[in-house]
Design a protein around this ligand. Structure first.
Ligand SMILES: C[S@@+](CC[C@H](N)C(=O)[O-])C[C@H]1O[C@@H](n2cnc3c(N)ncnc32)[C@H](O)[C@@H]1O
Length: 274
């Protein structure tokens, strides 16, 4: 299936042939709850061009079936999954600064996908691919367990109303899925400007039996995380930014999440680039 086969009138819908993958959502257990909402956006000539020229080279649709990484990137390198890449500026900047790893961005917002395609083309990046669809379907159906070097979830929609909390990406079932796709030692890095969500993230990640906190609570902002569009919005509104950097450990070495550090075991030593 190509990008253009997907219903462009309803761009935030996954492709029609996504099959059983469509049953898996943030709520788990076959619910239809999604972590994103439909957003319209303007498609300029630059963005249309990016889809026409960039999509066949760098795009894929989330439609089930295991991903052939070598075929997709033309090499075997550590893989970073960037969930909700938005307009893609941060993804493009990180990929440019980190050429020895491959970046798989996943997004549903068409102008954002197109903008990242344009950045990839303009900067000549060879280590970025962009999946269109639900990141959780991608993680479950298309990625092997233990296959990711890092997962980035930067400024996920906070869903501030209590009745919408069930739509948040960072909650136990989706976190367990994402963690299972990390290699042991791989890193799950989240960032948010929404303090109540940050606290909930800390509790959720700290409660996962195979994740350990690399910091004592919130992490210092890693130098490699660029300013994202949504972060900038939060900063301008005067909000504090929270980073959470957790590392996957094998179940047998995981600490009691209810132990003294509260947010999970603190591990010492320098942190690899997550
Ligand atoms: C608030 S924006 C943040 C974008 C970007 N990370 C940034 O910091 O500027 C969250 C993005 O995540 C995307 N998103 C939310 N849930 C998603 C999912 N399950 N799969 C793919 N993208 C998702 C939304 O479409 C939206 O573009």
């Amino acid at each position: 299936m190509t990008f253009l086969d997907v219903d462009r009138a309803a761009p935030d819908r996954p492709p029609a042939d996504a099959g059983p993958a469509r049953q898996h959502r943030v709520g788990g257990g076959g619910t239809s709850i999604r972590s994103f909402h439909t957003r319209q956006g303007r498609m300029t000539t630059r963005l249309d061009d990016a889809i026409t020229h960039g999509w066949p080279l760098h795009g894929l649709v989330v439609s089930g079936g295991r991903l052939d990484r070598e075929a997709l990137f033309g090499r075997r390198a550590p893989l970073v999954l960037e969930i909700g890449s938005g307009m893609g500026d941060a993804t493009a900047a990180m990929a440019a600064a980190d050429p020895d790893r491959d970046y798989l961005a996943v997004e549903v917002h068409v102008p954002g996908i197109a903008n990242l395609l344009a950045l990839v083309r303009e900067r000549g990046l060879t280590n970025v691919r962009i999946a269109r669809g639900d990141a959780l379907d991608l993680a479950r159906d298309m990625l092997e367990p233990d296959s990711l070097d890092a997962v980035h979830v930067y400024f996920p929609d906070p869903w501030p109303k209590l009745k919408h909390h069930k739509r948040r990406l960072i909650q136990p079932a989706p976190v367990a899925l994402l963690r299972s796709r990390l290699r042991p030692g791989g890193v799950l890095h989240c960032a948010t400007d929404w303090a109540p969500y940050a606290d909930a993230m800390l509790a959720t990640l700290g409660g996962d039996p195979e994740l350990v906190n690399t910091a004592d609570g919130f992490a210092p902002r890693p130098a490699h995380r660029p300013l994202t569009k949504f972060e900038n919005r939060g900063v301008r509104a005067g909000r504090q930014i929270f980073d959470l950097v957790f590392r996957r450990v094998p179940a047998s070495t995981a600490a009691d999440p209810t132990g003294p550090t509260g947010g999970g075991l603190r591990i010492s030593g320098t942190m690899d680039q997550p």
